[in-house]
Write a protein that binds this ligand. Structure first.
Ligand SMILES: Cc1cc2nc3c(=O)[nH]c(=O)nc-3n(C[C@H](O)[C@H](O)[C@H](O)COP(=O)(O)O)c2cc1C
Length: 161
């Protein structure tokens, strides 16, 4: 099976840790968006884009600075899943909201990996659309069972990739 590429942005290492965990489960290649080039994307047809949220649901800094890179990628007939890392305790009103910033960049892709709330009590999130998160959302610090959540998601997307 063709490999999946995970592109992540992470300020304090949490999204990196989750991305590495996913990479192990899905045997995926992994890239820090800080150093990523268009050529890195060009080798793949299956992608996971992972970011934490800062400010009030803004993209992690390295993603923010490199988001325009995605305009140069031909996502036609490619498959994409999103992963958001956030903090429910302090940010229940913008939980993983940054994920939504990816949507205009990946129009027309085979979009997979949407998830249920699955016990998370959010107040508001731009990443929660039509009763579902648009990707996997992880409360890294507040959810001691995050690995189980991520593992379950990996199993579910494996079929669709
Ligand atoms: C100043 C600040 C703002 C934050 N804003 C949000 C937010 O709007 N939504 C959210 O879900 N998490 C928010 N968080 C939590 C981070 O996304 C969370 O700590 C995450 O695990 C950081 O991951 P990283 O180390 O990969 O960057 C914020 C954290 C800080 C320090």
């Amino acid at each position: 099976m063709e490999k999946i590429a995970i592109f992540f942005g992470s300020s304090s290492g949490n999204t990196k840790e989750v991305s590495e965990f996913i990479a192990k489960k899905l045997d995926a290649d992994i890239f820090d968006i800080k150093d990523a080039k268009v050529a890195d994307f060009d080798k793949y047809t299956k992608f996971i884009l992972a970011t934490s949220s800062y400010g009030f649901g803004d993209l992690q800094d390295d993603w923010f600075e490199n988001l325009e890179l995605l305009d140069e990628i031909n996502f036609k007939e490619k498959t994409v899943a999103l992963v958001g890392i956030g903090g429910l305790a302090r940010h229940a009103d913008s939980f993983c909201s940054a994920l939504v910033d990816f949507l205009p960049k990946i129009k027309g892709v085979n979009f997979i990996g949407q998830t249920e709330l699955d016990g998370y009590e959010i107040k508001k999130s731009s990443a929660f659309i039509n009763g579902k998160f648009i990707g996997l959302c992880v409360d890294f610090k507040g959810d001691k069972n995050w690995q189980t959540r991520v593992e379950k998601w990996c199993k579910s997307v494996k079929e669709s990739f």
